[in-house]
Design a protein around this ligand. Structure first.
Ligand code: AMP
Length: 190
């Protein structure tokens, strides 16, 4: 079982590379951002709560995220090929909760793959995505807040996963296929 955390700032290409990994390795996918946007679309209570945070570029409280994550994870059954965690964990508390949640099921995270992309490129990509997709949080003001949140709350996970001994760094700027090949080299070793 290959459980993989695909990690990086907003706009680093996590979603794009996740889709390619799913195709190649038959993995399952949890994008917490997609789960929340779906809840918003369906007008659920969770969606209403989430929208308040998302539109401000803030993170949804950890307790709420951890519950959602466990229930989506269990929906894949007991002996799946692995799950790509995309957009989770985003805080140290979430990383600890993920480790615990998996351990109680006899599972683990096999790799954390960091997509490293320079800040100016992230801004450019996110503004372009906002124009194309109309995502409400892909506007300049909210993007800046999300990048601040990333540096303050999420980036410390790089050292956390280094200490776990499962961190891999990938140069996330350049040709899509080269980036994917670099990721596959990590996954093939698992
Ligand atoms: P994403 O699509 O991953 O960029 O997520 C969009 C927004 O959803 C984020 O800016 C957060 O407000 C919220 N979100 C997604 N995943 C998480 C998470 N693991 N913890 C807290 N908030 C999250």
């Amino acid at each position: 079982m290959r459980n993989i955390v695909i990690f990086g700032a907003p706009g680093s290409g996590k979603g794009t590379q996740s889709d390619k990994l799913i195709d190649k390795y038959g993995l399952n996918h949890i994008s917490t951002g997609d789960v929340l946007r779906n809840e918003i679309k369906n007008g659920t209570e969770l969606g209403k709560t989430a929208k308040n945070y998302i539109d401000k570029g803030q993170l949804i409280p950890d307790e709420l995220m951890v519950d959602i994550l466990a229930s989506v994870y269990d929906s894949f059954g007991k002996d799946h090929k692995g799950v790509i965690f995309d957009g989770f964990p985003r805080t140290i508390a979430q990383a600890e909760a993920l480790k615990k949640m998996l351990a109680t099921r006899g599972h683990n995270v096999a790799a954390m793959i960091e997509l490293d992309v320079p800040e100016e490129e992230l801004m450019k990509r996110l503004i372009l995505r906002g124009q194309q997709s109309g995502r409400s949080d892909d506007n300049e003001e909210t993007i800046k807040k999300r990048l601040d949140v990333y540096h303050g709350q999420t980036a410390p996970l790089i050292d956390w996963y280094k200490r776990e001994g499962i961190h891999s760094h990938i140069q996330g700027l350049g040709e899509l296929d080269r980036i994917f090949a670099d990721i596959c080299a990590v996954v093939d070793r698992l």
